[in-house]
Design a protein around this ligand. Structure first.
Ligand code: BEZ
Length: 177
């Protein structure tokens, strides 16, 4: 394996926990980020799954995230680690991404497709928010995953209305509960 770019759009943004030799803000065209994947093992339980993000194909859409350059020496170990960490329905996806200044690179990301068993899919923003506020799992509260994501997107000046709308609904529900 050669050095390889890994595109993170969820927890990899604020908690990469992997060795990398370079990183850059990046954009993936043709996909949007959505809280459509069920989480039985991190932010929920099998009985009460939470919701985490996946990539959803969208012709006109794009998803901002962070790309990490993984050395060829570490690539096998890193992808084995991520395959294990994200074993609940995610699979690797070969992508073309744009780094800052529109430099194009090939790379890998993880996607949970609608065919995986844990996929929950679309729902109203209110019902996604209600699910997020009521779930937690071994990695912590589902709402904290959402808040960490929204905060890190803001740090990079990324705009994602789906995430920010959910954040504001969940914060409102939190205040009134
Ligand atoms: C990420 O943070 O990009 C990520 C999301 C789901 C699975 C693996 C990685």
């Amino acid at each position: 394996m050669e050095n390889i770019w890994l595109f993170g759009y969820g927890s990899l943004i604020w908690n990469p926990d992997i060795p990398y030799i370079d990183s850059s803000a990046a954009r993936l065209d043709g996909f949007v980020r959505r809280f459509w994947q069920g989480s039985h093992d991190h932010r929920g339980t099998p009985k009460k799954p939470g919701r985490v993000v996946t990539l959803v194909p969208s012709e006109q859409g794009h998803c901002n995230g962070i790309a990490y350059l993984i050395s060829k020496k570490n690539a096998n170990k890193v992808f084995q680690q991520l395959d294990h960490r994200e074993k609940n329905g995610y699979e690797k996806l070969s992508i073309n991404l744009s780094l800052l200044n529109d430099i194009s690179k090939t790379g890998i990301s993880y996607i949970a497709k609608e065919t995986n068993q844990a996929f929950l899919g679309s729902a109203s923003i209110q019902s996604i928010a209600a699910q997020i506020i009521s779930c937690s799992g071994p990695s912590g509260e589902n709402k904290d995953y959402l808040f960490e994501l929204a905060n890190s997107l803001r740090e990079y000046n990324f705009i994602d209305e789906h995430v920010f709308e959910l954040e504001s609904l969940v914060k409102k529900l939190d205040r009134t509960s």
